[in-house]
Design a protein around this ligand. Sequence first.
Ligand SMILES: [Zn+2]
Length: 202
Amino acid sequence: MKRTLCNHCHFPEQTCVCNFLGEPLKNHCKIVVLQHPSEVKVAKNTVRLLSLQLSNIEVVVGESETDFAQVREQLHTSRCALLYPSESAAALSAPTEKVNRPVIETLVVLDGTWKKVHKMLMLNPWLMGLPHVSFTNLPKNQYHIRKAEQAFSLSTLEATAHFLHLYEAASPEPLYRALAGMIEQQTRLMPEHVKQRYLRDE
Ligand SMILES: [Zn+2]
């Protein structure tokens, strides 16, 4: 059975999220998502929600250094950081704390399971050379769909929303609303046992 996609949100018509979308957030710091190819077709694609709800975002699908050569050139000229909880990461805490925080014009976010993200980092040593940022405190997980061992135990949407909330005091609510809408749409017609599995697994 071929599923028809919604023209606007590009989710299948049955699970269209358009009712849950608001005005795209005008983020100053550009978000560049490096998305692993295996994430593109995943039904729970939170990067697609980000693309719909952020005005300043670029998504580059790939895995190898060659795949990201072009975006890397563009990053070279801007002050950028990678959202990654390494030991050297600058930890962001409260939204108001502007002293001593790094200047970030572009934030690079990796989208994939923990394993795929690890592989992307192995194949792209330049990513480890970027300044890293992470969080002191994680927000309450809105989303229990993805596996817990994923970086931050958060979906890419939640991690990005939390960053924008801390870094430029943007309200994460419209992003969380879109996420909740996607979960509601995708679990609406599921029998309970399938739903539980969906909420737990990939
Ligand atoms: Zn739609």
